[in-house]
Design a protein around this ligand. Structure first.
Ligand SMILES: CC(C)(COP(=O)(O)OP(=O)(O)OC[C@H]1O[C@@H](n2cnc3c(N)ncnc32)[C@H](O)[C@@H]1OP(=O)(O)O)[C@@H](O)C(=O)NCCC(=O)NCCS
Length: 279
């Protein structure tokens, strides 16, 4: 009844129309254009040959985008158009992709789902996914940003090394979207800076229409300086971007960045669950 086509063999613009239709009623804004889609593909290691579109009588009705890093997989997103939901297609798509990932040597699959979407959490649970932790998106007002520490723009490769070092030294467990490899693969999408002497660390950030956002931030050697360093980084980032609001997305509740964000006054905006399946 359904035809399955790899996303790598499907016209990208047609694929993006399908995704935008599926997410039209989604509580978070998901709107890819060609440029931002390609950035996300590279940065998150989305494997287009391992991602699929499902067609019904030539009409695209569902999709799944899968990421692969060695033996670890991730479902970046999946969905079915409104009128086809609740008829078993979502389950078919997920089973199909999980089988294919297993055949590719993937042994664990992670995904994120909005905590408020109980039906979707239930849907993934039926396939064996279990909630591992909460990811919290947070916001802070910075009315008069001013940093007293000197930040210097830095290259991706050097930030990648620092992020790896911080991960080990500070026992971090970053989520997929802020793993050191993600930062390395992000091209010139974000800005990156580091500090030298007293308070040693790095920050990776971007600028939205109304706010600055931090992709990742960590001191490198000393976890006890996390909140102080984050505070300086938030002020620096808001100052250089001319923004008075700072956002940090999907922070794992068991990552020291989360405690630091709470300490410097970030307020929770919404929560996601990270879910994991061992194949
Ligand atoms: C989640 C989603 C992919 C499920 O696809 P589907 O084709 O409706 O799924 P199935 O028919 O195989 O399974 C239906 C189950 O999904 C759950 N479900 C979640 N959202 C649903 C929806 N909007 N309509 C119907 N069922 C939904 C139900 O709990 C149902 O469980 P049940 O079989 O015990 O009644 C689909 O609802 C969707 O595209 N939602 C919008 C995008 C989204 O939330 N994607 C997931 C996060 S990236």
């Amino acid at each position: 009844m359904y035809e399955t086509v790899r996303v790598s063999e499907f016209l990208t613009l047609r694929f993006l129309n399908l995704v935008n239709e599926v997410f039209a009623d989604y509580p978070l804004r998901v709107e890819w254009d060609l440029f931002s889609f390609n950035q996300d593909v590279r940065e998150n290691s989305i494997s287009l040959p391992d991602s699929y579109v499902f067609l019904k009588e030539d009409r695209p009705v569902g999709f799944i985008l899968c990421c692969i890093r060695r033996n670890r997989g991730r479902i970046d997103s999946m969905g079915v158009i409104g009128e086809e939901r609740g008829k078993g297609l979502g389950g078919k798509i997920l089973s199909f992709a999980l089988d294919a990932l297993k055949n590719r040597g993937v042994s664990s699959v992670v995904l994120e789902v909005l905590a408020s979407q109980e039906e979707v959490v239930k849907f993934y649970s039926k396939f064996g996914f279990r909630v591992t932790r909460k990811l919290v998106s947070m916001i802070k007002n910075v009315p008069k940003p001013r940093s007293s520490v000197r930040f210097l723009k830095s290259e991706r490769e050097s930030i990648h090394r620092s992020a790896l070092e911080a991960m080990v030294k500070l026992s971090r467990r970053p989520n997929w979207q802020r793993e050191p490899l993600t930062l390395l693969l992000s091209g010139d999408r974000y800005r990156m800076a580091r500090t030298g002497q007293t308070l040693v660390g790095y920050v990776v950030w971007g600028r939205g229409e109304e706010n600055a956002f931090i992709v990742d931030c960590a001191p490198i050697n000393d976890e006890s300086t996390y909140a102080e360093f984050l505070d300086q980084a938030v002020n620096y980032v808001c100052q250089v971007e001319g923004r008075s609001v700072c956002f940090v997305g999907n922070v794992p509740e068991d990552d020291p960045l989360y405690r630091a964000a709470e300490q410097v006054g970030f307020q929770p905006l919404f929560e996601q669950y990270e879910m994991l399946l061992q194949l």
